[in-house]
Write a protein that binds this ligand. Structure first.
Ligand code: NAP
Length: 484
């Protein structure tokens, strides 16, 4: 029997009342079980929220720099275990070891960044129009916040929600994704080891339907930060809309990269391959649509297919692997389903399109990186998020046509352009419908110190990360003081 991981409630590692657990399985080798996690339900969530509410006033009363100290110390712990935490992430989620290591490093940076926020930017003073009146704004924490996180960035996303929430003086109940609960467990464990007071962070695993649902329904919760699919995010929004609960939703994307005719073709190919296929296309910011000016279409596509066919698929723990498995059988089936949909809609398969089986692939959920040509804007493969290594190609007559295609979807998370034409680049920045805009860079690969979030159906509510993250987790108070 592999390790059993418990919930953290009120500073204690506890089993759930039913004693039921669920396995955490390696998607590259389904014989490997990383551990068993608590199949918690409403009872455990209720307890965690109650304890978080009890712990909150004392936590909020600590000076903010002292709250930040816990994040600094936890970052040290995590850094000392970087390789082993990253290897476990590769085992539970499938991304390659270098990608996992980069993500854990990012979580560490996030802890340090928000640790520093404890001593920064908590309020500002504004001159009064009246004599001898001193006016200022101060921030107050909201109370208990519920965090619901996805499996695809199982360390960075829990970190970028938890760190600003904590430093602002909130207490936290986290429900991580059931497919990757070990990476967020490691963050919580580090905070416990550095002595964060009991009840300040609580970690409860269990299904979305049971534990996640109970979390958003608990009356003590003042805010819910959710990252995941549009379906679940929108249902949570509907559920919470009758209550005065702050909601932040980060959801899906159908992110375009536009390549204009002046682009360096080899450079553009690198950007497309990175954006579309790395992390198995399982990034909300992954590029799933390449929109290419017709003048360079043919030579660019030839190079793109050649580079894609040279990518190595396999276990992310092996050196030299570019693409790991799909996270589980459901995601693999979704990838294969969309490949069939694209074919039936009349898109032309240029490469990939199959599940990989036999030998090193036998025990995992591997799919070939796949490219479709002749994709029309109204096809489902051009409109719906696949969340796998599947790239759709569209030819654009000119820049205006490229912009029309790029903006012609319901999503608006990230978008990129490859061009040296400064005028076009600025026009792109001004009119692309996306929250994250990159120029001569892949659609994915954002940094922790800047705000993160999309527009249209991709996102709702305030921004995450960077200096704006604290806005979501605090309420302002305005003070007018007559002193003479
Ligand atoms: P998901 O199925 O929506 O799950 C996300 C989280 O919600 C998980 O913890 C899940 O628990 C929980 N959940 C499921 N049903 C729930 C319910 N009824 N009530 C409360 N919680 C519930 O998404 P996912 O498959 O983990 O992640 C992939 C999606 O996330 C993609 O669409 C991707 O684009 C999006 N994403 C967006 C961003 C962004 O910042 N915009 C970043 C990363 C990922 P279980 O795991 O137990 O089901």
């Amino acid at each position: 029997m592999s390790d059993v991981y418990r919930n953290l409630i009120a500073g204690q590692w506890v089993e759930c009342n039913s004693k039921k657990t669920f396995p955490n399985i390696n998607p590259a080798n389904t014989d490997e079980v990383l551990g068993h996690f608590q199949a918690s339900g409403a009872e455990e969530v209720q307890m965690a929220c109650d304890e978080a509410a009890k712990a909150q006033p004392a936590w909020a009363a600590l000076p903010a720099p002292a709250r930040g100290e816990y994040l600094f110390k936890a970052a040290e712990k995590l850094e000392s275990r970087l390789d082993s935490i990253a290897a476990d992430m590769t085992r539970e989620e499938g991304k390659t070891f270098p990608e996992a290591k980069g993500e854990v490093k990012r979580a560490i940076n996030i802890f340090r960044y928000f640790g520093g926020e404890g001593a920064r930017s908590f309020s500002y003073q504004i001159p009064s129009e009246r004599p001898n009146v001193f006016c200022y704004m101060m921030r107050k924490p909201l109370g208990v916040v519920g965090l619901i996180t996805p499996w695809n960035f199982p360390s960075a996303i829990p970190a970028w929600k938890m760190a600003p929430a904590l430093v602002a003086g909130n207490t936290v109940v986290m429900k991580p994704a059931s497919l990757a609960p070990l990476s967020p467990y490691r963050l919580i464990e580090a905070l416990v080891e550095v002595g964060i007071p009991a009840g300040v962070v609580n970690y409860v695993t269990g299904s979305g339907g049971a534990a996640g649902n109970a979390l958003v329904e608990h009356p003590a919760i003042r805010a819910v930060s959710f990252t995941g699919s549009c379906g679940v995010g929108n249902s949570l929004h509907k559920k919470l809309s009758g209550r005065k609960v702050r909601v932040q939703l980060e959801m899906g994307g159908k992110n375009p990269t536009i390549v204009l005719k002046d682009a360096d073709l080899d450079y553009a190919v690198d950007i497309l391959v990175n954006g579309a296929f790395f992390s198995t296309g399982q990034k909300c910011t992954a590029c799933s649509r390449a929109i290419i000016e017709k003048d360079i279409y043919k030579p660019l596509v030839e190079k793109l297919v050649a580079k894609t066919q040279a990518l190595k698929v396999g276990s992310g723990l092996e050196p030299g692997i570019h693409i790991g498995p799909a996270v589980d059988e459901n995601q693999l089936e979704t990838d294969l389903k969309y490949i069939e949909i694209a074919k039936s809609e009349g898109a032309k398969l240029l490469c990939g399109g199959n599940r990989l089986t036999g030998g090193i692939y036998e025990k995992g959920f591997f799919v070939e990186p796949t490219i479709f040509d002749e994709v029309k804007p109204d096809m489902r493969i051009a409109q719906e998020e696949v969340f796998g290594p599947v790239l759709s190609l569209m030819a654009a007559n000119d820049f205006e046509d490229a912009m029309r295609l790029a903006n012609g979807v319901q999503f608006g998370l990230s978008a990129s352009i490859v061009s040296r034409d400064l005028t076009r680049v600025h026009q792109f920045i001004n009119s692309i419908e996306a929250g994250l805009i990159t120029i001569n860079l892949p659609t994915a690969g954002v940094e922790y110190q800047l705000p993160f979030g999309g527009t249209k159906e991709s996102s709702f509510g305030m921004r995450e990360q960077g200096p704006l993250a604290l806005d979501f987790y605090t309420e302002s108070r305005t003070v007018y003081m007559k002193y003479a």
